[in-house]
Design a protein around this ligand. Structure first.
Ligand code: BES
Ligand code: ZN
Ligand code: ZN
Length: 505
């Protein structure tokens, strides 16, 4: 399971190294970057930057490009707009870098110099690192099943250049951290894109074992016999209609063996969601292979944590199943007794994510003694109705955890917005035949995302800090408005690494 695409590597110019023939210069459009800064880069390209700016003004939209030929050591110059200096945020740098990356790929350029003096704003080191992250995610292309396009580079080297060599050295250290993270973001995206005929619960477990070997993680996979012994009937029921049965994948990273704190991450991995007998309409069904994005993100976080050697203990649980339709599939009206002992009336087989997560959350609490419990899931279409694609829904029983996750979201621009879990909503999942039902019922459109959170809350002890991230709307970028194009986004990987780092990882 390997995605293709273009990888970007970043390096300092060795002493006396020749400069690549293409030069990228990021610049503010408003106010224009100071002339003395521009003059320094002009030496590399026979005044091409000044000449270009004299001939046309740089567009003020972030990522707008202008290019020209030059007569200096560099013969092609690409100016990339950083927009308005007063409004610059780190994610704008990513967006600008992504535009530059796409241009390089389309021009089939394999080696380029990047002028970093003008990448100011949030601090040059962070800005250069964001730039590297933007290029890395823009380079992602899921092309595992097609012939490589002629001349499209597999690798582009970016030589950092500055008027002060010290800047380059310092920037490279932060570049390293963010490119390591971006690599795992792209790993999660590649998994998410795998079609359901290739990626089923069994092959996803194989991939987790392979990852565990490469990253030195411990991997355990619970199949149907173990799931039956544990009475994980939610996970079993959702998977019972498919050829490949459900499994629970467990990956462990012990980066702080002496510490008691353990964060458990739980990911929803429905490898394909037909809706079951509560069948989904046919339009857009091909997107439902992305219903495993929560699980893919959990694998990505474990991979990145190991690569960064984070000082923390982390367990990833991926609840994997295919929500299929067949004579063996579970039905609307079925009543399940989940691992916790609670009974659930299944009034909608399309609300399957909460059933598999409920069992995984129970397993986490009974077997892993988490000090923090976080689940990620493409759980409801309703979260997009509430928040669009600007933020994922955050539901949480602990204000300190909500605050820390919120802060990590702001810093990484994988933003979260909290929705309430008030008792008022408990009404919506009351059942007459079982302890609770798994959805409010046909035609009941109130508070869909919250109903999902309320259902999960039933399976979490009040004294365990727990957060539920509903990533249904942000896990994919159908319009290609973000730096990663029209692809899965890997949402959650960078966010949770930032969260773990800030908590002392
Ligand atoms: N996986 C879907 C949610 C989803 C839909 C994610 C489209 C991404 C794109 C989930 O299993 C689901 O179907 N949720 C239902 C819940 C409802 C039946 C209570 C929904 O949101 O409509
Ligand atoms: Zn569903
Ligand atoms: Zn689903």
């Amino acid at each position: 399971m390997h995605p293709n695409g273009t990888a970007f590597t970043f390096a300092a110019a060795e002493k006396g190294a020749t400069i690549p023939t293409t030069l990228i210069v990021p610049l503010f459009a408003k106010p224009q970057s100071p002339l003395e800064l521009v003059a320094r880069v002009d030496r590399l390209c026979g005044d091409a930057v000044t000449n270009l700016l004299a001939a046309q003004s740089l567009g003020d939209k972030v990522g707008q490009l202008a290019h020209t030929t030059a007569s200096g050591a560099c013969r092609r110059v690409l100016l990339v707009s950083l927009g308005d200096a007063a409004k610059l945020e780190p994610h704008h740098v990513r967006q600008a870098a992504a535009a530059a990356a796409r241009w390089l790929v389309s021009e089939k350029i394999t080696s380029v110099a990047l002028w970093i003096d003008t990448l100011t704003g949030a601090g040059i080191d962070q800005a250069v690192a964001e730039w590297a992250h933007g290029m890395a995610v823009a380079g992602f292309k899921f092309a595992a099943y097609r012939k490589p396009e002629d001349g499209v580079p597999r690798k582009i080297t970016v030589q950092l250049r500055a008027s002060d060599g010290g800047h380059v050295q310092r920037a490279l250290a932060s570049v390293k951290e963010l490119t390591t993270i971006a690599d795992s973001v792209n790993y999660a995206r590649g998994l998410a894109h795998q079609p359901a005929n290739v990626c089923n619960p069994a092959t996803l477990a194989d991939e987790a074992r392979r990852l565990a070997k490469a990253a030195r993680l411990k991997c355990t996979v619970l199949g149907p016999p173990q799931l039956r012994a544990l009475k994980m009937n939610g996970l079993l029921a959702v998977g019972q209609g498919a050829l490949h049965p459900a499994c629970l994948i467990q990956l462990e990273y012990r980066g702080a063996p002496k510490a008691r704190a353990t964060t458990v991450l739980v990911g929803k991995a429905i490898t394909f969601d037909t809706g079951g007998y509560s069948i989904k309409p046919s339009a857009g069904l091909e997107w439902l292979k992305f219903d495993k994005c929560g699980g893919a993100a959990v694998l990505g976080v474990l991979r990145a944590a190991a690569a960064l050697k984070l000082h923390c203990n982390l367990v990833g649980l991926v609840a994997a199943a295919e929500n299929a339709i067949s004579e063996r599939a579970y039905r609307p009206g079925d009543i399940l007794t989940l691992m916790s002992g609670k009974t659930v009336e299944v009034n909608n087989t399309d609300a399957e994510g909460r059933l598999i997560l409920a069992d995984a959350l129970t397993y986490a609490q009974q077997k892993l003694k988490p000090t923090t419990l976080i689940d990620l899931a493409t759980l409801t279409g309703g979260v997009g109705v509430a928040l669009g694609k600007a933020a994922a829904g955050l539901m949480c029983n602990d204000d300190a955890l909500a605050a820390d996750l919120g802060e990590a979201g702001r810093r990484t621009h994988e933003r979260l917005w909290r929705l309430p879990l008030w008792d008022d909503y408990r009404e919506l999942i009351k059942s007459t035949e079982a302890d609770i039902k798994n959805s409010a019922g046909a035609g009941k459109r109130d508070a869909h995302a919250i109903v999902g959170g309320m259902f999960l809350k039933e399976f979490v002890a009040d004294d365990i800090p727990w957060a539920h991230l509903d990533i249904a709307a942000v896990a994919t970028d159908e319009n290609g408005t973000g730096p990663g194009g029209k692809n899965a986004t890997g949402f959650g990987v960078r966010l949770l690494i930032e969260f773990l780092r800030r908590r002392g990882g």
